[in-house]
Design a protein around this ligand. Sequence first.
Ligand code: SAM
Ligand code: SF4
Length: 357
Amino acid sequence: MHNETPPPEKAPPPPAGFELLPGTSQPEPPVGTLIDKYGRRITYVRLSITDRCDFRCTYCMAEEMTFLPRHEVMSLEECLRVATVFVGLGVNKLRITGGEPLVRKDALWLIERLGALPGLDNLVMTTNGSQLERFAEPLRQAGVKRLNVSLDTLRPERFRAITRIGDIDKVFRGIEAAGTAGFTRTKLNTVMMRGTNDDEFIDLVQFALDRQLDISFIEEMPLGEIYGRERIYISSDEAREILGQRFELIPSTESSGGPARYWTIPGSSSRIGFISPHSHNFCDTCNRVRITAKGELYPCLGQNDASQLLPTLRAHNDDEALRQSIIDSMGIKPYGHDFTRQMTAPQVVRFMSMTGG
Ligand code: SAM
Ligand code: SF4
């Protein structure tokens, strides 16, 4: 039996209190702040440092991917410039993502410099874990505060089917290395797929509890190819019902500054999160933007509007024009995303590996 909250067919209009700021063009925000036209303060940037990956997860990439040519990808120096300007505008949390960030050559060069940026309190990373055995310790030394590791199953053959090429043992060793390096509250990210891993939700939570990890279950988002999405979609409400068969879930008011809503289990410090873009729209508290590896600034994961930062970066040696483009991009941040499940064509045409999850 499901207790499924039907997803909204369209993003709802802004509620009262989210009036457009006066004027059609974006006003200059107070020094050191980045505010969108609905008055939401942007303090969190997700920066994709590569579109490449050593896995090909079925929900994220096509089997045969064409990756960006090198010259279209921001150099690590350009990534640092972008991050530095955002931090100057009051951003205090930066998530390094990808593609798989740890397959980018010399990624540590960038991460060490980001770790030393004054004002950037919270440098975090999302990784598939495949390279963590080697990188956990240097990442910790560089000032990365917390890791999210994607893990949709505990079964090797299933893992291979979902990732097409991944080796689960490497990921297990990576998770262990993160603990040894001193990372705490590492969070597992699990994309929920009916008929693929819904029989493992309980085991995945137990795996997290046994290692004092957090875990977030993510409703699959309709990016890139969409065939079969309706069939495999599972809502967070349904997942909680499944977990309720084994665990007592207590709603928590804690937040990690992201879209997850958390539950706890008595006797454990682990948090069980649910990221529900379909069934519980989280747009009204959105505090983030995403930068792709080619320097596109996406103000919303679920919309196609973007500002192109790379031409500005390459045309100017100083960062004033870049800063202005970032401020101007607040004018295209929509009130909300527009994911629906009943669709005949992809609404968002890029893959998650492009936008950075
Ligand atoms: N390669 C890294 C990893 O897998 O963690 C970082 C990039 S990946 C694009 C970031 C997150 O996006 C992962 O947790 C992945 O499971 C999630 N993701 C990818 N495609 C998705 C989709 N269509 N719906 C929901 N989550 C997705
Ligand atoms: Fe790679 Fe992460 Fe996408 Fe999987 S979800 S293909 S690991 S970028």
